[in-house]
Structures are given as structure tokens and as C-alpha cells.
Design a protein around this ligand. Sequence first.
Ligand code: GLC
Length: 382
Amino acid sequence: MPRTLGPFALALALGVLGGCTPDAPVPSVSARLPAPAPLPGSSIPLRHGINVGNRLDAPTEGEWGSTLDETLFEAIAVAGFDHVRIPIRFNAHAAAAAPYAIDEAFFRRVDWAVDQVEHHRMTAIIDFHHYNELMEDPAAHADRFVGLWRQIAARYRGRGPTVYYELLNEPNGKLTAEAWNAILARALREVRAVDPGRKVIIDSYFWAAAKELATTLALPAGDANLIGSFHMYQPILFTHQGAPWMTPEFQTPGVLFPGPPPAPIAPLPAAQKVSWVAGWFRKYNTLPAAENPSGPTTIAEEFEYVRQFTAKTGLPVYLGEFGAIDKADPASRVAWTRMVRQEAEKRGIPWTYWDDAGSFKLYDPKARTWNADLMGALFQPR
Ligand code: GLC
């Protein structure tokens, strides 16, 4: 048997749970299998991961409705994931003035989360998430960002190779590609001064868009431990339909994957006012599946950009986030999730689902059960 599947995933693979069963209970951690080898075609020993979002990346942990606990890490390990991306808002727990000291109690909480992941023999990704002030005013925050990384790298440099860093989640706004390329090089110099061999993941501009990965991300040469990262939420009008943090043109419900829908749907007035959105819906309503923007062509386009990045840099690539909101039609969510995950795996790209218990939820922390259909989409062989 391959060593890549935990009992839940293994049961799905063998057809024991079928993939259409009600939510399945989480078995004991004693059944955990050893850590995986890289995916064929990849040089990094990550395969299947999950984001534990909305906890340490909230302004304070608990403010967005839940906190991390041991049962979650145990459930993740037992389900067959081999890595956990931990989004962390370091900027909300550090002094405003140099040397920008990170609060010790917060650092201890991060230590604990990393310990939990390692204890369960998974890889932990320390992901610096939601530094919004840096996106709004890069010049004012660049020194602080670099100073925060100086402390993070000093703290975790003694950890084993199953701890990775991710410099910054989803650069966007005024942190343009050009500004980001300059700042990431500075932050990386701080990391490398104390921790030369650590795996460091770097997102592209525009919310880790695959196109920007191929066209604008510039990484320092000669560092074989860098990993380019992109996020996959295309088509966004499907994956983010009705998301409360998105603007009104994203609020049209009932978008299916794949399109076209059985009967055309009318986008909301706010969506009709935005020309690219109105145009998208016209195509969604009319084009056959093979050309439909809510379909495989859109996904293939994203992966083509990723191929271009790899061809250009020779660096490994990582899909740090993908998921479809739980307001979407359940069968469409499953179809989209399966397609993205299969396309990633075909190319040797490790993936990390967003997220466990937020709006894209895969896991019910109260009942301690997984969404079995989505788990099938993530783990069943094609
Ligand atoms: C990004 C955001 C996160 C959001 C997710 C999906 O990671 O930081 O808050 O939930 O994308 O939109």
C-alpha cells in the first residue's frame, strides 16, 4: 500500500466509504501512518494539506469564532493529510516601532501549533497572513515586515526540515509585483542569514495569482530551497459566490460547475454593472461545457501559467489554497475540488485545501466529522 493515505482516505480509496456516505467519524491517532514521499514529478515532500484558517490569522485568536485545539490536529493527521498551513497574523502581535518585538505569549502559541503539527508527524507551514497594512502602504511597513521575519527566523531556525516558511500570504493592492519583489528579497536575506537551508514558500502578486507567478514574480537566483506558490479560486464567480467579504458583483448565487446551467441565470444588478462579470455570465449561460468559463478550460489556463513558471525558474511549485465556498451547490463543489486536485497531482504539485472549518469548510469541529463527499474529491483515485 502507498504510505500516503490515512485510514479515512484509505477507506475512500478502497471504496469502503464510497464517497457518498454521511459524515464519517475520526479514528484514533494511533492509526497514523508514516510521512509521505514527494508526489511523482515534485522535489518537495508535501502531498496533501489543509489550511487551519481563521484562528491565528484573526486579529486575535477566537475573534472569528474558533480557536485551535489538539483534537483538530489529531483529526487532520488521522484523515491522511501530511501537512498543515498555519495562517498567522504576526503583524497584529508586534510592536509598531523598531525592533518590532513580537509578543512572547503569541510566539508561544505559534510554537504550540507548530509542535502539534510536528507531533502528528506532519509538516508545518508558518504562513505570514493578513499583513493588510503592508499591502496598503508598503514603504511604511517594509522595515517592520523584514524585522518581523528576523525574529521569526531566529525563533524557528532550530526546527527540523518539517517546518517551512511562507513569507507573505497573497500580496495585493499597493504591494505591487515590483514592490513585492524588492521586499521579499530583503526578508529572504534576513531568513538566510540565520537559516540557509529552510524551505521558503513565496506567493505571487495579486492574491497569489498563477498568471503573476508566471509573469511578474522575481526570486533571488541560486537559492534551491525556494518554492513558488499560487492559489486557485478560478472561476472566482463560482468559488466565492455570496462570500460576505467579497464586493457586490460576486454575490450572484446558484453558479454551477461545470456550466452551462440547465436554464440561464440572471446575474444580480450589481454584477451586471461590472463589465467583465456581465460578460462572464453571458458566456456561462451559453457556451458548451468544453468552452464554458465555469469549466475545465479555466482550470487548465491556470495550470498553464504554473507550467510557464516552472519552465522559467526550475523551482518547485505549491498550491497553497484552493476551495469552493459552502454556499455553492454541493455537487458542483465536489466536481470542482476533484478537478483542481487531480490537475495539481498530475503535475506533481502538492496542494493545501482552504479550509477546515471556515466558509469553505471540510470539517465539523463540534461533531469531529469530515465532509465525506469533499474528502472523496480530495483523496479518491481518479
Ligand atoms: C485568503 C484570505 C482568507 C480567505 C481566503 C478565501 O487566504 O486571506 O481570509 O478566506 O483567501 O477567500
